[in-house]
Design a protein around this ligand. Sequence first.
Ligand SMILES: CC(C)(COP(=O)(O)OP(=O)(O)OC[C@H]1O[C@@H](n2cnc3c(N)ncnc32)[C@H](O)[C@@H]1OP(=O)(O)O)[C@@H](O)C(=O)NCCC(=O)NCCS
Length: 277
Amino acid sequence: MMAFNNARSLSLQALADLMTQAFSNYVAGRLTFDVEAFAEWLWREDAHLNLSQIAYIDQKAVGLAMMARRGNVSRLAAMGVAPDMQNQGIGKALFRHILNQARTRGDRKVVVECFEQNESGMRLYRGADFHTVRRLYGYRCDHLLARQSPWIEEVESAEVARQVELHGLADLPWQATGNALLKYGPPCAGFRLEQACTLLSDPRQPIVTIHALVVEKQAQGSGQARALLAGLAAKFPGKIWHVRTICPEEIGAAVFEKIGFRREPLHQVQMHKVLSP
Ligand SMILES: CC(C)(COP(=O)(O)OP(=O)(O)OC[C@H]1O[C@@H](n2cnc3c(N)ncnc32)[C@H](O)[C@@H]1OP(=O)(O)O)[C@@H](O)C(=O)NCCC(=O)NCCS
């Protein structure tokens, strides 16, 4: 018999184990969580144990739906079913349950991202009438064109987050919003050149992730983002530059693809469903 309970019904260790189990055959590669990594993940993804739900079959935890919420928008931060229990309707039932809960608590929208190559995930969300907002790509560049720029200055990550809120796309994926960027502190570092700014993972490391890149609205389209990246390539030579698979396709095409970044093999689809009361 299937039953649901909130994620508080399991210990942190049991939740970490269930996540690890559910994502052991994940399309983007196996994910493993110990308690420490899982606690970090919960914080980073805004996942709320009171809203997140566990699916039980005969009192055994077999699936989880981890939920985040900002205002009246909820995000399915992770959804998984133990591999030996997949493809038996558990995911669909759990998903229907969390959508009903979101509607009941007055949410206006539920958002999710899913690798398009993840057939079961895509069938689940499409089957529940989720609509595509856009595709999200990841990028990598091993030889970024460098051009010295003495005017690059370091800025706080909170300033980059503020610029993203002011000048970024209105419907950015959850993890790329200013709110999400506020969680990045040192050794991540923010940089500005004129009206462009960016937030990088620790730039002393061999692989540097570009967590955010934004140009003030009035200066967009004038090459400032590319100039900033070229200046940073000169400041931090010999790096591999990386963008997580949450980059809106229109930003990727306008900036990264023009300066030699290559798309990673898997991409995500950003989706949402507007809930009727
Ligand atoms: C995605 C996942 C949560 C779905 O849960 P589930 O219990 O296996 O799914 P269900 O049995 O309820 O089926 C949901 C849909 O997926 C389809 N599906 C399930 N397993 C499938 C498979 N192996 N191949 C293709 N389609 C599959 C079902 O046919 C159904 O689609 P339909 O309604 O059009 O027939 C589960 O497969 C899983 O945990 N996968 C690994 C983690 C993951 O990818 N999470 C999603 C991240 S966005």
